[in-house]
Design a protein around this ligand. Structure first.
Ligand code: PLP
Length: 405
């Protein structure tokens, strides 16, 4: 029987193949150090959990909640944007709460896409950026990720050669998986181009608060006039270690926010009220929780870069996000990222995410997530050192697995 139209557009998750191998290795007793999924391991700060527990006891909070977010939560998000970016937002018309930023992004795609609309999407990138639009009937044209001097010329080329003219451009800085960070000047150029050419900008700022070097990442909404064309997505998953709570936001252009709010009003009743109240308290906090989370990832990043370098694998230090985008060592590059990732599970007891899972231009890399503690990251480096050493002595080991495909 032929697969359903939408399902046919969703290829099997590449990461699943590594996960299966990981599961099998664990079942055989292996201690796999899992640096694969970007699933934060840190507990949600106690004050936020306590707030949830207090509020959940009130039966009035057990009813359907507000799809677009309770007013206090939207006000707290407006206050965050004012405090952090100096951007003034109207909580009534320019902010909607989402069930994590992934849901918000996918339903924005659903809300604005007509069949065949072209969307410019970075490659490699977090999969929902492309598949949110593919599921909505859109067509993806890949864009470079690096926010450098070649970006605007590449954008001009993409727009000139797309028929129909692109509906939207997706940006994600700090980037998952590459950890590239954009400057405000970069955003200024992109906003000017988008306004002139009537292109919507969807900016994913999920890693706004996970930064280590240099200035904190800017918001595209800091650019004067950006509200005419742009919407930005933020998430509480990484900032407050709340991935399972499913809480995020879309903010920005009123017409786009209204479109998303309308679609969501047909689909959901909002997050459980106690979650919304606890999220409000988190956003209104003094920032110390966020600083602590940032500190943990910063130390893990330093340990990872240092220990992996000593193991013989030079990995550029990411300036932000909870990921390192690691070039596959030369000897193994011909295998591609999926086979290399499988090898790391089988021979080094370390799981990473194959770069190909983020798009075809990611295949020379793997993504390493900083979601195990410093001790485990050092252990991963020791395992990898042993593996790299043995592969150097007996390269046949490497070919064997690839040939089994
Ligand atoms: C760039 C990016 N956007 C969005 C998300 C999804 O976050 P949320 O938990 O808010 O849905 C992630 C999660 O890994 C991400 O890396």
């Amino acid at each position: 029987m032929e697969e359903f139209h939408k399902v046919r557009r969703l290829p099997p998750y590449v990461f699943e193949q590594v996960n299966r191998l990981k599961g099998a290795a664990r079942a055989n007793g292996a201690d796999i150090i899992d640096l694969g999924m970007g699933n934060p391991d840190l507990p949600t700060p106690k004050s936020i959990v306590d707030k949830l527990c207090d509020v959940v006891r009130d039966p009035r909070t057990h009813r359907y909640s507000s799809s677009r977010g309770i007013p206090g939560l939207r006000r707290a998000q407006a206050a965050y944007y004012a405090r952090r970016f100096g951007v003034k937002l109207d909580p009534e018309r320019q902010i909607v709460a989402t069930l994590g930023s992934k849901e918000g992004f996918a339903n924005m795609a659903q809300a604005i896409t007509a069949p065949g609309d072209v969307v410019l999407c970075p490659n490699p990138t977090y999969p929902i950026h492309a598949f949110g639009f593919i599921m909505s009937g859109g067509v993806i044209r890949s864009m470079k990720v690096e926010p450098d001097n070649d970006f605007i010329p590449a954008l001009e080329r993409a727009v000139r050669h797309s028929i129909p003219k692109p509906l939207a451009l997706i940006l994600n800085y700090p980037s998952n998986p590459t950890a590239h960070v954009a400057s405000l000047d970069f955003y200024k150029d992109v906003v000017a181009y988008a306004k002139k050419n009537d292109i919507i900008i969807l900016s994913d700022l999920a890693y706004a608060e996970i930064y280590f070097d240099g200035a904190p990442p800017p918001s595209i909404l800091q650019v004067p006039g950006a509200l005419d064309v742009a919407v930005e997505f933020t998430s509480m998953s990484k900032t407050f270690s709340m991935p399972g709570w499913r809480m995020g936001f879309a903010v920005g252009n009123e017409r786009l926010i209204a479109a998303l709010t309308r679609v969501k009003s047909y689909l959901d009743y909002g997050a459980f009220t106690p979650i919304q109240v606890a999220a409000t308290a988190a956003l209104n906090g003094d920032g110390s929780d966020v600083e602590e989370v940032r500190g943990v990832y910063h130390r893990r990043r330093d340990v990872m870069v240092d220990a992996f370098a000593r193991a013989g694998w030079q990995i550029p230090a990411p300036a932000a996000t909870m990921f390192a985008w690691a070039p596959i060592p030369e000897t193994f590059r011909h295998l591609g990222s999926l086979e290399f990732s499988k090898l790391l599970v089988e021979k080094a007891d370390v799981a990473v995410a194959p770069g190909i899972g983020f798009g075809e231009h990611g295949d020379d890399f793997v993504r390493i997530a900083l979601v195990e503690n410093e001790h485990r990251i050092r252990q991963a480096a020791r395992n990898i050192k042993r593996f790299l050493g043995s592969a150097g002595e007996a390269p046949d080991n490497v070919v064997a697995l690839n040939a089994r495909r």
